[in-house]
Write a protein that binds this ligand. Sequence first.
Ligand SMILES: O=C(O)CCC(=O)C(=O)O
Ligand SMILES: [Fe+2]
Length: 345
Amino acid sequence: MTITKLPVIDLELALSDDAPADLLDAARAAAEQVGIIQVVNHGVPAELIDEFHERVGRILDLPREDKKALASPTGHPYRGWRQWPDDFGRLELERFSIGQFATPDEAVAAGLPEEYAKLYEHANVWPEDDPSLADVARRYHDASVGVAEKVLALYARVLDVPVSAFPTAGRPYYTSFVVNNYPTWTYTDNGSTADEDKLLLLEHADGSALTVLHQRGDYEGLQGQAPDGSWIPVPIVPGALQVFSGTLLTKWTNGLLRPGRHRVVAGGTVTRRSTAVFWHPSLDTVIEPLAPFVRSEGTDFEPTLLWDDVKDNVEDYLQVFGRPEQVAAWREGRPYVAELAEAEA
Ligand SMILES: O=C(O)CCC(=O)C(=O)O
Ligand SMILES: [Fe+2]
């Protein structure tokens, strides 16, 4: 089965005793060839998805001046509101990022070993006029994690390995959580209308095991890469969530499951919005190809401790993408708000 269009998988049916063979075949083919599926009947109530997006959307729709108060007070790139401009100062993407735990104490209480809890020293940022947004975000996050667990069970099923082969049980998962807001963006630098000339988010694969993504908007902005390198749209299917395989899952399966490469192209007449929950096993997990996937030929993947990949993520990020002013803000522990060419963006 060669994938030319992503399957929409009824997750409850696919995990049931009556799962039709063609549904399981479609899930397996998409996981092996593309690394992206869409799922319905995933267990996240539509009302919860809407409530979270309406409330987080309200703050993202505020005037820029008001949103400045939602930037991380200490310049942390993965907390609160942040905009990033392209090289011409035009807004490409804005994000609202939420740390998994509010404080180191909360992380330890949830079972995180003390040595990892410092990841949560930088506070989350919530709007003063909607303090309970934190609770809604928590419920949406936890429901998304439930989807990741189900998709892992589905992949274990189609690969004919017990789900217990994946070391996720018993300890707190590591996640990150971001809301992406893409401006309507009509200009191109050379008059070209090619997708390559209007990318708002460049091609990449996530570093997660699985990423659960909700998207809303009025055009097909998200694309996934087919095995031949071409790009296939990931359409907005009402009620569906998207699930990307990340590079961690590829390593676990010794390369059998492809990491879902994806990108976002500009278009549409309203702001495109997406929310991603990046799901990983616990930080003390050594990530290496799992026994059922390593045959006599062995593996080229080196084992790594997840913590070693995560512990310097702010410094690593700033080294590659940080603007000088942003790096200075982080060093001095103050908020950073990017300069934009257009005042009202
Ligand atoms: O906005 C999207 O649909 C994709 C977002 C994404 O790839 C990411 O946040 O890693
Ligand atoms: Fe991504």
